[in-house]
Design a binder for this molecule. Structure first.
Ligand code: UDP
Ligand code: MG
Length: 140
């Protein structure tokens, strides 16, 4: 039997600004994933730097931190079998121009920065990212 796991999804500022929250959350719900926690927030610079610390020093790092802190975002903790890889497949490649047809980034992404969604890439990163975005009390 596959192991139940959880992941962190962020609906980035371009998703919230364009009114795509419902549409994107609908895709995950329809796929059968359980929403264990969900909230709208604005990331602080400190949280964003910790969140993206794996990218520190890369040419896009400062722009990435500026962008993710530029407006409200929505965080989701999703649970289900193989949820990490299924979410990554549903999101598509990082660059919307290269994302497979029918993926979230292909359908909604503007460019490699404003690519609409984030999804954790491993169990370890999911736990780290969930702890940055959510408190215990957010899990209902
Ligand atoms: N990113 C960027 N320029 C790049 C590579 C990445 O702006 O050349 C941004 C992009 O928004 C991406 C985020 O940095 O979602 C994190 O990069 P990663 O390689 O982890 O991509 P992801 O896991 O989000 O597909
Ligand atoms: Mg990543």
């Amino acid at each position: 039997m596959e192991q139940e796991m959880r992941t962190l999804v962020l609906l980035k500022p371009d998703a919230v600004q364009r009114g795509l929250v419902g549409e994107i959350v609908y895709r995950f719900e329809k796929k059968g994933m359980k929403i264990a926690a969900m909230k709208m927030l604005r990331m602080t610079k400190g949280s964003a730097e910790e969140f993206y610390s794996v990218h520190e020093g890369k040419p896009f790092y400062n722009g990435l931190v500026d962008y993710i802190t530029s407006g409200p975002i929505v965080g989701l903790c999703l649970e289900g079998e193989n949820v990490i890889s299924i979410v990554r497949t549903m999101m598509g490649k990082t660059n919307p121009a290269e994302a497979e047809k029918g993926t979230i980034r292909a359908d909604y992404g503007i460019d490699i920065g404003k690519n609409t969604v984030h999804g954790s890439d491993s169990i370890e990163n999911a736990e780290k990212e969930l702890s940055i975005v959510f408190d215990e009390a957010d899990f209902v």
